[in-house]
Design a protein around this ligand. Sequence first.
Ligand SMILES: NC(=O)c1ccc[n+]([C@@H]2O[C@H](COP(=O)([O-])OP(=O)(O)OC[C@H]3O[C@@H](n4cnc5c(N)ncnc54)[C@H](O)[C@@H]3O)[C@@H](O)[C@H]2O)c1
Ligand SMILES: O=C(O)[C@H](O)COP(=O)(O)O
Length: 391
Amino acid sequence: MGKTIKTLNNIAQVGLDVFKDDYTIDNDSANPDAIVLRSFNMHAEEFGSELKAIGRAGVGVNNIPVDKCSEQGIVVFNTPGANANAVKELVITSLIASSRNLFEGVQWANTLKGKGDEVGKLVEAGKKQFVGKEINRKTLGVIGLGAIGALVSNDALRLGMDVIAYDPFVSVNTAWSLSRNVQRAVSMEQLLAESDYISVHVPLTEETKGLFNKDSFQNMKEDVYILNFSRGELVNEDDLADALESGKVGKYITDFPSDKVLNMDNVIPIPHLGASTGESEENCAVMAARQLKAFLETGNIKNAVNFPNTFLPYSGKTRVTVLHESIPNMVSQITTAISSYDLNIADMVNRSHEGFAYTMIDIEDKINGDVIPNLEEKINLIQGVIRTRII
Ligand SMILES: NC(=O)c1ccc[n+]([C@@H]2O[C@H](COP(=O)([O-])OP(=O)(O)OC[C@H]3O[C@@H](n4cnc5c(N)ncnc54)[C@H](O)[C@@H]3O)[C@@H](O)[C@H]2O)c1
Ligand SMILES: O=C(O)[C@H](O)COP(=O)(O)O
């Protein structure tokens, strides 16, 4: 049956092109099968009964009510690493440009428009206001060693910086990709105390909200530069104002300006450009679309943030997919329901992730269409089952 996809932001065409034949892109649909978006805030959105999946073409999912989605059996995907290079390039650019007072210097040079032959003399006289500092041999502290943090760390080393990093949950993938010259901070305090520059690359969660506050600023060196390409809410803005005022923080470079921050001195506001390159937009769109398509057509899950990665080769016969709570005795109750229709199981998989689980069961033959709604209903009645879909 045809499926409807709705987009809530501009999504690169190559990504939308993944949805061919049986799919309709309908941005006015009140009840799509899947939604693709970037930073659109979904917290106030109602979900239609057909909505099975949301694809975030990007990384941060704080714009999506993930817990509500889990409870309603809506799988939320993101695109890990797909925009990491774009962000890294902007972080490195901003690191150097802010150290050399480039943003302020360019802004000032533009004020000389119309000064005619005087411009050359004014430039030479005025440039002393913008004397900067070099990043070579300075220490960069990287908080969060995921896709972006690891790239930033490796490139900063290549530029002659010392790099110290903190991530208590570092993944095996990152560990393999990281230069052995990145020093490991044993605590946030150590990183804060040793860094001339700090770049933060963690997700916004209840735990990381306000990570930069009065106490953490106090632990930092005088005149530290902070780069925030992650989320504005990681920083307590009232405490930041004091730290900028006192000179503890020399500059705050942020991809997430707020009205409050725009009114502070020594802030370099960037209009959320981290992932805004053609390459990154295409990478994210294609990855999000492929993951959604695979899930809608085969039930397989790759890169979901609220349900486990689950893969079973798709035979094209009948597949029963069940999103459920991760509690004892679920698989046996589901298989009992299936066998009550005299159906033989060919293959199956069950995975769990942080309280939620996913079971996919392949039936040996294509099953009669009339059975499908009854079997779905029977499985949905099992306590702990969130959503059943028979493909
Ligand atoms: N400015 C932009 O356009 C842009 C683009 C992409 C991502 N982002 C933001 O950057 C964040 C990081 O992106 P990524 O692709 O590197 O994500 P990622 O998931 O690959 O890495 C995040 C890392 O943070 C670590 N972490 C989590 N909590 C931590 C804590 N309390 N202390 C230290 N480390 C912690 C995790 O272990 C993980 O290694 C995203 O969550 C998003 O908010 C912004
Ligand atoms: O979390 C992300 O991936 C970034 O903040 C990018 O957001 P965007 O897709 O709205 O540019």
